[in-house]
Design a protein around this ligand. Sequence first.
Ligand code: MG
Length: 498
Amino acid sequence: MSEKLNQLKQILGEISDLNHAASVLGWDEQVNMPPGGSEARGQQLATLGKIVQEKFTSNEVGMLLEDLKKEYSDPQTDDGAMIRVASRDYEKAKLVPPSFVAEQAIVASKAFEAWVEAKSKSDFSIFKPHLEKVVELVKKYISFFPSADHPYDILLDDFEPGMKTAEVREIFGNLRPKQVELIKAIASAKQVKADFLHKKYNEKKMWDFSEKIISKFGYDFSRGRQDKAPHPFETSFSVNDVRITNRFEEASPIATIFSAMHESGHAMYEQGINPAYERTPLANGTSLAVHESQSRMWENLVGRSLPFCEHFFPELKKAFPSQLDGVTAKSFYKGINKVEPSLIRVNADEATYNLHIMLRLEIEIGLVDGSIVVKDLPEIWNAKMKDYLGIVPPNDAKGVLQDVHWSGGMIGYFSTYALGNIVSAQLWEAINKDIHDLEEQIRKGEFDQLLGWLREKIHVHGHKYDPQDLVQKATGSRIDSAAYVRYLTKKYSGIYGL
Ligand code: MG
């Protein structure tokens, strides 16, 4: 290995250490930290962010990358891919002043605390000034970059490298009428019963059950853990320390199980990355959409399938005999897949979920292009909910305040959720071609071959390939909603007899 490559790896390794230390602080902020720690934590994260930014955008890194790009120009090799990814990140980071990165971290930390309070009191006015600041900084961030086809492209690119606003709008534009048509057909069909979902369940028992399921999937608890937080998420400090959070809500107690499946899907991706990539820019999932394809696959294509219900329902019923009295695996399956326009994105069924995303995308684009201002958000949110889903939130906690993302400055993120759904169905078709008795395996609670396929085709590569290239390699085509429409139509035709 060349001396210069060694030098670069040394610096990128230290940057990775600093970033992971910041992630530990971020995890602690949401899981353990008392409210009083907010300001200090914001400063600590800002300092770390500033050091990372200065270190990464140094002339030394710039010169090393410049020289190494010529020497390691084959992106099919690990070193070539690492240099390609690092160069792209470098060129972007170089455009953003370190003082801005620090300011953004402080604003985000305060905005997160304000969001928690605003949500618990269902009072948007508490969050409003913080969100205004966040949006102002996002616009400033965009101004550092050369102009794009659409200013929102610059935000999207941070979460989904290469993806354009116009592409996403086109994919959503094709999908929306098909989803709306499906929802209408379901609404006029005989409805399924799901009253067992709203009974009282014991929190500890539900939590333990969720951990049992994800261990069986293959989430490795010797390299992970599940903690309580206001919003479920996954965070990685190393290939060997990938954590998830979860919550228990009396109003939707069984959601705890599905959140665990979801977050463990993200976590298994990170646990499966080639260990040789540790401490390099390749040691992450390649994009949020591909990440979400993993979480949605375990949550929905596995977790909400009939074969899986047949496998795990008897045990769930043993744990909750009175709540599930008279319920069978089949009626449980139908109940957990009940389609009903609802208020909360994370609890939405698969038929309506993407509409929640389309609503957020339009709002974000409006915030960026100035056609929407923060103070009007609760009203605009409610109007769009009525338009997209036919229902209006009774309060802001169940409306505009429900998601954590904007408090962290993450604007440009949401559409990756819907793209993840789309990719999950594409992968699922490819997997079923390779593993002929997959359903039977799931019915028996066997997941080794499924996880093995994902490890080989997706996880192990980390950030080596861009999302579109990775999806193409694994499925034979680029991101395309046809498989997702086929999946939804088949599933709900069975449940609702369409
Ligand atoms: Mg997710």
